[in-house]
Write a protein that binds this ligand. Structure first.
Ligand SMILES: Nc1nc2c(c(=O)[nH]1)N[C@H]1C(S)=C(S)[C@@H](COP(=O)(O)O)O[C@H]1N2
Ligand SMILES: [Mo]
Length: 439
């Protein structure tokens, strides 16, 4: 199998530009002005390779223009000529229904992940829940314990928010000593972004009447993993929601149908799917998934617990690992950036392994703690390059280098490692082949 089967997106042909940083990075405004110019001279010479091939093609009427296609359908699916698919993890997981599948980040655009391509992480598979038989209970340190049916919950006022969700194990392979071979999908595909609609958790907790001694809320899922996580009450009353809809339709079974907790900006594990119980407490419940897992063991063998926020991070999705640049010239370099600390305020890009940086354009960012799409033109001169992106968030925190992150984590050599958010380096060789490297 070809190790470099994937073509980069947004490939353009062009002349020369004023550099924004070394090794071919170009100010986007220059490209936009050139785009306008080329539109006025279309027909003679154009920067777009697609225009050139369109000109040379004969005016032949294709078969699909001659007969009507099938009529409407009850639920749409992607064109059969596209091939974006989730990448399943270990087909034989250590425990039944365990494992994950990863979003095809290198094939996606914009800042919303299609629901069918949202990453999945299950600890005991996807339960087939009939909402008619599912209940959500709120109990513990409350004045009125409550029990809700799905239909009851649909009566509540709702909010819609665009947020990313990232597994804290995402990119964890990069803690290893040797840079693994891989793609944006295989290394970083445990992050996705949706519009989530649901009920503010604070309104349900207020209805139950939380006691003044309450400091934590424990959430439990209805799957066979009996996933449980404890959240500080301040966060629970802040921006947490009981999500019922994803990208406008009821949650997909893989994302927690009929309901999940959604905890913006925090490690994916706390967004408990198939939610069935919220227990208000005055201490964390010390569930399995917050003691033996999702903790960080330090070199002195103490373990850090409750590492909740996902730190500022970005990756270039095109060109990215296992792609091959088929020709020299201009490419649109693009990627995603996100932070559990708020908005992305800037993304810088380097083509020389971090010696010089240029500012990318943030093209789409639909909310706080949401994926941002960045873009910058890059002219590949056929030589070696190391492509990097470095994001800054609204609290002023800058994405660290790998060396800085590994030193700060100060962990013993034990897998899995969580919360990897260092700068990603993609090396381009003289054949145009793109690989994951440590720079
Ligand atoms: N009930 C339950 N909730 C769960 C899980 C699970 O296995 N069971 N997996 C958690 C983990 S580790 C992550 S990263 C996210 C993944 O959400 P997704 O599958 O919708 O992407 O759900 C979390 N919530
Ligand atoms: Mo996770």
């Amino acid at each position: 199998m070809n190790k470099f089967p994937i073509q980069p997106q947004g490939a353009l042909l062009t002349e020369s530009f004023e550099p924004a940083a070394a090794n071919g990075l170009i100010n986007r405004r220059q490209l936009l002005s050139l785009g306008l110019k080329s539109a006025t001279i279309a027909g003679s010479a154009s920067m777009l390779s697609s225009t050139t091939s369109a000109q040379s093609a004969a005016l032949e009427i294709p078969a699909w223009s001659k007969t009507p296609g099938p009529g409407s359908s009850d639920y749409g699916s992607p064109s059969s000529f596209t091939n974006a698919k989730r990448m399943a993890g270990n087909p034989n997981p250590l425990y039944p229904g365990g494992g994950a599948s990863r979003s095809p980040l290198h094939q996606l655009q914009g800042s919303i992940t299609p629901s069918g391509l949202h990453f999945e992480r299950h600890h005991a598979g996807t339960p087939a829940i009939n909402p008619a038989g599912h209940k959500l209970v709120i109990n513990g340190l409350v004045n009125r314990p409550l029990s809700f049916d799905y239909e009851d919950l649909l009566q509540y006022p709702m909010i819609s928010r665009v947020h990313f969700l990232e597994c804290s194990g995402n990119s964890g392979a990069l803690f290893g000593d040797d840079a693994p071979d891989g793609s944006a999908q295989s290394i970083h595909g445990l992050v996705s972004c949706s519009e989530w609609t649901g009920i503010k958790l604070s309104s349900l907790l207020e209805e139950a009447g939380i006691s003044s001694s309450a400091t934590w809320v424990s959430a439990v899922g209805a799957d066979a993993a009996s996933m449980g996580r404890s959240l500080p009450i301040d966060k629970a009353l802040d921006d947490v929601m009981l999500a019922l809809f994803q990208n406008g339709e009821p949650l997909r079974p893989e994302q927690g149908y009929p309901m999940r907790l959604f905890v913006p900006g925090w490690e994916g594990n706390v967004s408990v799917k198939w939610l069935t119980q919220l227990k208000v407490t005055n201490a964390p419940s010390q569930f399995r998934d917050e003691t033996s897992k999702y903790t960080d063991t330090l070199k002195n063998r103490k373990s850090r617990q409750f590492t909740f926020p996902m730190d500022v991070k970005s990756i270039i999705t095109s060109p990215s690992g296992q792609m091959k640049l088929s020709r020299q010239g201009l490419y649109e370099l693009t990627g995603i950036a996100w932070s559990g600390g708020g908005r992305i305020t800037q993304v810088e890009v380097s083509a020389d392994g971090g010696k010089t940086w240029a500012m990318a354009e943030i093209d789409s960012q639909l909310g706080e703690k949401a994926l941002a799409r960045f873009r910058i033109p890059w002219n590949w001169n056929g030589g070696e390059a190391v492509l990097q992106s470095r994001a800054t968030d609204s609290s002023g925190i800058i994405q660290p280098t790998r060396d800085a992150l590994v030193a700060a984590k100060n962990q013993i050599n034990y897998r899995p490692f969580y919360h990897y958010n260092a700068i990603q380096s993609w090396a381009v060789n003289r054949n145009g082949e793109v690989s994951n490297v440590y720079a």
